[in-house]
Design a protein around this ligand. Structure first.
Ligand SMILES: [Zn+2]
Length: 175
């Protein structure tokens, strides 16, 4: 969890938020890791005894078979749904959206394969996100599902847009 003291914020100002980091077996960058950790913390805070750590599937800077090129550069993360009940799955997407991801459930086995249900997220305003990932953020803002099908997004979303600030360690509203 990001330290929100003045000293810690001053320290982060000197760091590159887009430096790659290895985290739980995948590659992310500092900004995406920090946003994910805030998502996870808020998710777990709802029911600390019953909600464990989340499992990351695909990270960033990686080429998966089913994700097009949305994970090819920064800001992309998949949070796996295996072992989570439907309410918990919805909560992952909700907190992902609240901290500053454009995030959707990806559950159709015909599209994603069996045992591959997950939440797919792209960190909003991420400077190294791939063009395909940036297109998904545009689709999110247009109320769509971010897929080629371009269907309406039916999942809960916050009323105000937001972006995760690495320096502040929290989402900034209105962007
Ligand atoms: Zn994904």
């Amino acid at each position: 969890m990001l330290d929100k003291t003045r000293a810690a914020i001053a320290r982060r100002r000197k760091l590159d938020p887009y430096a790659k980091v290895r985290f739980r077996g995948v590659t992310l960058d500092r900004r995406t890791r920090a946003a994910f950790l805030l998502l996870e913390r808020r998710y777990r805070a709802v029911a600390p005894k019953r909600r464990g750590k989340l499992r990351i599937g695909q990270g960033s800077y990686s080429n998966g078979s089913m994700s097009g090129s949305t994970h090819a550069q920064g800001g992309a993360i998949d949070v796996m749904f295996a072992g989570l009940n439907p309410k918990q799955q919805r909560a992952v997407v909700k907190f992902g959206r609240l901290v500053g991801f454009s995030m959707w459930s990806r559950k159709d086995p015909k599209v994603w394969g069996y045992n591959n249900e997950h939440a797919h997220g792209i960190l909003r305003g991420h400077r190294t996100a791939s063009p395909a990932a940036q297109q998904q953020v545009v689709a999110y803002d247009a109320g769509r599902d971010g897929l080629v099908s371009n269907l309406p997004d039916r999942e809960w979303r916050p009323k105000k847009k937001r972006r995760f600030s690495y320096i502040q360690g929290k989402p900034i509203l209105g962007k």
